[in-house]
Design a binder for this molecule. Sequence first.
Ligand SMILES: Nc1nc2c(ncn2[C@@H]2O[C@H](COP(=O)(O)OP(=O)(O)OP(=O)(O)O)[C@@H](O)[C@H]2O)c(=O)[nH]1
Ligand SMILES: [Mg+2]
Length: 283
Amino acid sequence: MTIGWFPGHMHKASKELDNALLKTHVIIEVLDARAPFASTNPRIASMRPELPRIRILNKSDLAQTEITQQWQAYFDQQDNSICLSNTQQNPISARTLIAKASDLVRKADQIQFSQRKNQIVIGGIPNVGKSTLLNQICERKLAKTGNEPAVTLGQQRVRLSDSWILIDTPGLLWPKLTDQHAAYLLAAMGTIRNTAIDAADIAFFLAEYLSKHYQQRLFDRYKIVKSKNEAEIILSEIANYRGSITNGGKIDWNKTAEILLNDFRTGKLGRFSLERPPLRTDY
Ligand SMILES: Nc1nc2c(ncn2[C@@H]2O[C@H](COP(=O)(O)OP(=O)(O)OP(=O)(O)O)[C@@H](O)[C@H]2O)c(=O)[nH]1
Ligand SMILES: [Mg+2]
């Protein structure tokens, strides 16, 4: 199945983002620490390239710490930007954000640093934690958040200080997800609306991926004893272990898919880094 999701509100939100960026001094690009490349929206990555950028590796509590550190080192090599990792337990403060943003703006020759009015826009794919980040920075629940994509449908502006404004924006994907491996990773992480994917299809992909890269953990959680690599066998083991069987005695594939996806998304299966940065010599 080809995965794609670009509903009407994203088209509108893209245009609104273009407008907001005209008056912006710093972009915060929120990435998922589990898959920073797959969660990079190429359009946001290339918008206003001259603007200083703060990349946030979010949900890093769900990724392997040492791999997130490697990603941070990789992104820190990029010009005119810094990279921070963020979790709900240890969030970035408004004071730190303003200090880092001011520093970046001062270093960027072309950008006019105003003593009175500077703007930071938070952008990124859906469900990556942009609104949660705004609430963490403001230490108040100002933006609506939720564990599903497309919770935020319009921009929200808040005043951080006398001279800084922060704007939360709706999560954006792009019209054609040409890299379908990345699209499956996004779907597994919960970036794409359930109605736009086939949960069983994504669970088959995930079972195969996990059995290849994190087999022991997968087998331990669902008490799978023999080495089985095929997704269908692994999912049928999960179904039997968790009692996901229909009245007619058949495997309920959708329910089984939801069990695996939910355990993966909530961290019950452990921490996963689904992508690695290019080798050190490459950057
Ligand atoms: N584990 C974990 N979950 C997080 C973190 N930050 C946010 N979340 C959760 O991720 C889900 C999505 O958060 P939101 O802030 O609504 O995401 P968003 O990027 O604003 O999503 P859209 O508005 O739909 O684009 C919520 O259930 C949050 O509680 C984090 O650092 N770690
Ligand atoms: Mg939001």
